[in-house]
Design a binder for this molecule. Structure first.
Ligand SMILES: [Zn+2]
Length: 185
């Protein structure tokens, strides 16, 4: 009887151990994203005064790919898994993966076939800020999160898309957090 209990106990530990390790790994990497674009049922908490965060703290908050894009003005691979995920998503709101600020809504989403998530307007006029970007020998308009100033992508005008603004906010989905409209929040 005692032996049997002991075996059962060891079996339980063996079964629980991988789950414990997964939890530890998940914590070490921050909130592990569900898919290439993070999806959640809960509105993210907005970080106030994100200017106070230094590079190390941003690295702790973000996945390496999110850090590369948001804090180092990187670009995700076009037509990748994140773009497929974006095209399948229904109604909902897109928040900044860096600071939780509301950035875009699915009402302003359209399929530009460019390989990156596209919107014709931000959720609110002051959700994003723009800057002239001279990188790569081109003059483009960079789009950053108005709250944390993290790099989101670029905006292009006058391309002839049949949208109310004729603007294409070409955004890296990796740095968005999607909350579906029907989320139980
Ligand atoms: Zn932000």
């Amino acid at each position: 009887m005692r032996l049997s209990n002991s075996i059962t106990c060891h079996l339980k530990i063996l079964l629980v151990l991988p789950a414990l390790l997964a939890t530890v790994n998940g914590l070490a990497a921050g909130d592990a994203p569900k898919g290439p674009m993070q999806e959640t049922d809960k509105t993210p908490d907005k970080v106030e005064n994100p200017d106070r965060l230094d590079s190390r703290e941003w690295q702790e908050r973000l996945t390496p790919e999110q850090f590369r894009i948001l804090r180092q003005a990187g670009t995700e691979r076009p037509n990748g898994a994140v773009y497929s995920q974006f095209k399948k998503q229904g109604g909902g709101t897109y928040y900044c993966a860096g600071c939780g600020a509301e950035l875009f809504h699915s009402d302003q989403k359209f399929d530009s076939h460019c390989g990156w998530p596209s919107f014709w307007d931000p959720a609110e006029i002051d959700s994003v800020e723009t800057r002239t970007d001279y990188a790569g020998g081109m003059i483009r308009t960079e789009v950053v999160c108005a709250n944390c100033k993290g790099h989101l992508g670029h905006v292009f005008k006058g391309e002839g898309f049949d949208t109310p603004t004729d603007l294409r906010y070409c955004i890296n989905g990796t740095v968005l957090v999607f909350v579906p409209d029907d989320a139980g929040d």
